[in-house]
Design a protein around this ligand. Structure first.
Ligand SMILES: Nc1ncnc2c1ncn2[C@@H]1O[C@H](COP(=O)(O)OP(=O)(O)OP(=O)(O)O)[C@@H](O)[C@H]1O
Length: 415
């Protein structure tokens, strides 16, 4: 995919208010890209900067390798879709869509009807042209707004919370329609939303924004599974956080050697080979100490450790890959993140797991397809939230029930 939109060092002030801070962003041609963040974080401002409705205080906006500094909105290859209430109820559907052509004197009157019908076909409203706009459902109105923006065949469609006025069912329906439409027309879509689920469902990539800054930019799965900060992890989905301690770094394959890891006191370093190697390495680096036989391997392990041993409050030791820590491998205190669905309550008859411990149900929230449990575990500071699918034959536990909780090292994220 070629790069279509490039923002470099973009800053935007409203008076003294710093609304966008050093935004660097590249959006590729044909991509479905979302700007996601809490209210007031600057998503709309960023969209308006791309559209040209706002100038930048500093930095550059390039579209198709052309600097947009002096290019007004109507001469940019972008078009904005507003919420469905922006259509005119007293006009027909066709008149509403043709409104998208109002500034294009170069398009002959005779060609307009054909373009309107083509745009309506694109959004699945072929034949609806003569209908009065007020006689449409919310979802159909939204599609009229889309057709109006698509009629000019922009390279980029900018969508500012286009579905927020619709009810949940219709919103979910339109999400799927928008993805289909985007794939079909091949236009780059940039969506502004504060709804994390909507962003995850629809986007190729998402920029998560906080207070005028981009906190992380990734594909949905990476954002969800490997958030780079607690802020991102908390905004996207739900996460349990537990205090932990990285007690050892080792090369792959090494971590399982040495003394057993489970059960040692929190905060202490288990006496395995890796730690000895690290101690040796530190001795070596410190002036005045002598090298010893293990240092080659130690250097390797310290230069590119692949596995970390983490002691998690109340849960014990885990072995995890360095990829599970956004900032790379370091010894010392960490926050350990665990998504609710990566924890499991073990029901009767289930095989014991490598990691499991007893707990007591503290709260139950039933969602039909899922149940969310808060479970108290000895020495774990707060109850852990656990999401379980409601399968046939699986009981929904009650508050106060004793249970076994299992977890998987591979699902942990360190911060
Ligand atoms: N024209 C303006 N003058 C002064 N401040 C503004 C202006 N437009 C936006 N702001 C401020 O800039 C910040 C970012 O606004 P923006 O509309 O981009 O946020 P947002 O992330 O889209 O929020 P929301 O989801 O609530 O629409 C807000 O604090 C807002 O009050």
């Amino acid at each position: 995919m070629t790069d279509l939109i490039k923002l470099r060092g973009v800053n935007k002030y409203y008076g003294t208010y710093h609304a966008l801070r050093d935004i660097d962003l590249t959006i590729r041609a044909g991509e479905f890209f979302s700007l996601l963040g809490p209210s007031g974080c600057g998503k709309t401002t960023l969209l308006r900067v791309i559209a040209g409705f706002e100038g930048v205080s500093d930095g550059t906006v390039m579209i198709s390798d052309r600097d947009m500094a002096n290019v007004p909105p109507n001469q940019r290859p972008t078009n904005m879709v507003f919420q469905s209430y922006a259509i005119f109820p007293h006009l027909t559907v066709a008149e509403n869509v043709a409104f998208g052509l109002r500034k294009r004197s170069d398009i002959a009157k005779s060609a307009r009807a054909g373009l309107v019908e083509e745009a309506l076909e694109m959004v699945g409203l072929g034949g609806y042209g003569k209908r009065a706009a007020h006689a449409l459902s919310g979802g159909q109105r939204q599609r009229v707004a889309l057709a109006r923006a698509l009629i000019l065949k922009p390279k980029v469609l900018l969508l500012d919370e286009p579905l927020s006025a619709l009810d949940k069912k219709m919103r979910e329906h339109m999400q799927v329609e928008l993805i289909r439409l985007q794939r079909h027309v091949g236009i780059t879509f940039i969506l502004v939303t504060h709804d994390q689920e909507e962003a995850l469902v629809m986007s190729d990539r998402i920029a998560v924004m906080f207070a005028g800054e981009i906190g992380q930019m990734d594909d949905p799965e990476t954002l969800y599974r490997r958030p780079k900060s607690r802020r991102v992890a908390e905004f996207i989905g739900k996460m349990n956080f537990l205090p932990g301690q990285v007690t050892a770094l080792s090369a792959a394959g090494e971590a399982s050697s040495g003394a057993p890891l489970a059960g040692h006191a929190p905060g202490t370093v288990p006496p395995n080979r890796t730690n000895r190697l690290l101690t040796d390495l530190m001795d070596k680096i410190a002036p005045g100490t002598e090298a010893n036989a293990d240092t080659d391997t130690a250097e390797e392990a310290a230069a590119s450790p692949e596995v970390m041993t983490v002691d998690i409050a109340g849960l014990g030791a885990a072995q995890i890959s360095v990829d599970q820590a956004p900032e790379g491998a370091k010894l010392g205190e960490v926050a350990v993140g665990i998504r609710p669905e990566t924890l499991a309550i073990l029901f009767e008859g289930e095989m014991p797991k490598r990691h499991e411990c007893p707990g007591v149900v503290d709260e139950v929230v039933y969602y039909g397809d899922m149940t969310y449990y808060d479970v108290r575990i000895k020495d774990v500071p707060q109850p852990l939230t656990i999401a379980m699918k409601n399968l046939i034959g699986r009981p929904v536990l009650e508050v106060g029930a004793a249970c076994r909780v299992a977890w998987d090292d591979r699902a942990l994220v360190l911060f």
